[in-house]
Design a protein around this ligand. Sequence first.
Ligand code: AMP
Length: 481
Amino acid sequence: MTKFSDLNLDKKVLKAIDDAGYTEPTPIQEGAIPPALEGKDVLGIAQTGTGKTASFTLPMITLLARGRARARMPRSLVLCPTRELAAQVAENFDAYTKYSKLTKALLIGGVSFKEQDQLIDRGVDVLIATPGRLLDHFERGKLLLTGVQIMVVDEADRMLDMGFIPDIERIFGLTPFTRQTLFFSATMAPEIERITNTFLSAPAKIEVARAATTSENITQSVVEFKASRRDREGTEKRKLLRAMIEREGDGLKNAIIFCNRKTDVDICAKSLKKYGFDAAPIHGDLDQSKRMETLNGFRDGSLKFLCASDVAARGLDIPNVSHVINFDVPGHAEDYVHRIGRTGRAGKLGTALMICVPRDEKNLTAIESLVELEIPRAENPLPAPADRKAKEARSDDAADKPAPKRGRRTKSEDKPEPQEVAQEKPVQKDADRENTNSRGRGRGRGRRNEDTGPKVQGMGDHMPEFIALSFEDRLSAEAEG
Ligand code: AMP
């Protein structure tokens, strides 16, 4: 069995690994560290949870132990698709450079330029960045990439999803031709293949078993659900979500709830909160400090429900998640695997629940064929439509109301989704403004404000065009619906 001490890593790195409590390298580490230390390019096909971060940070620290950083010319560069992943990589560097004297800077949106500029001015050994923010610094003339000896691209397939590939190509072009490249991706889409063929030179290819086979410790189920009326789908789906959560009882310690769209992440979190559930959203439009605060709260157990988008949650190392709930069936089957892989980690038991509306059935079939499993159908915990109708007639939709102490409701709550969402706002600080808006006919700008909730800060590091499109399309569809 290979030991870390067999891998030619720097002694100080070995000591830090020991402190981290790792006893043996994971397969990706065993495969990637030796060629990386020999200065070869590496193509790692691995996803998060396999120990891939250490598979590039450990050899980098060893290789960078010699030499010194020059002003504005980082010696190495790690590109990550999201701020959280970049921050996570930075944390890894901190842990493994405990006994080494290497400097690093983190260039991510939401953190002030000034502080980062100062660090870069002095010279850093390792620069960890999201592509957009890196190019911003470069364009402001604050940074030269001609001193980069090692460049890492982490989660390349996610970069592709987020539309970062042109940025990555540009950044490759700004670094020296002689650099060493360590490139990681969970999958090899044709576009990723093209990039690796263009920018990697005779790489050592290491592929570790995909966690794509959904772990045996995860109990999966799906509730098939059809709304009573299309325009009530959002409301009824959220009601179903609450019933599903309640059905889990004490077995549910905490949960990540995935929605396909950022607007739904917000709506879902707000709705849950309104009904007394301890929930908060995380997605790319929230400012960095808020995202970190939410994530830390979820990690330390002070937040029970994390409503998330794929991009925000992908790759995050959050141990001890008892439940993953797919509020929407993901559009890409692989995202299902990534999502539910947040639970059942390290041999623990986990539960993955999902809601499937009729138009998502195709996606459900695609997931089932990817994971080679028929996901068991769970019963809808809510009364059947006929019973429900009778009940609703009796109680005037009382079942959809939260506990009275959580704010007054008005007649308009029974209206289609956008109105319901607007009504869910009174729990927000700026409720007054939004209530005023909700009196309008709901077209154009006023309605847009209602639907998107409190003003978001920034648009992530770089907002790919397709996100803007789906955002707008959906809002106008709702405004018209
Ligand atoms: P990653 O795939 O880089 O996100 O790593 C997933 C988790 O595995 C992180 O919590 C690491 O701290 C942990 N880890 C990395 N390498 C090892 C190792 N050799 N032994 C045990 N845990 C590890």
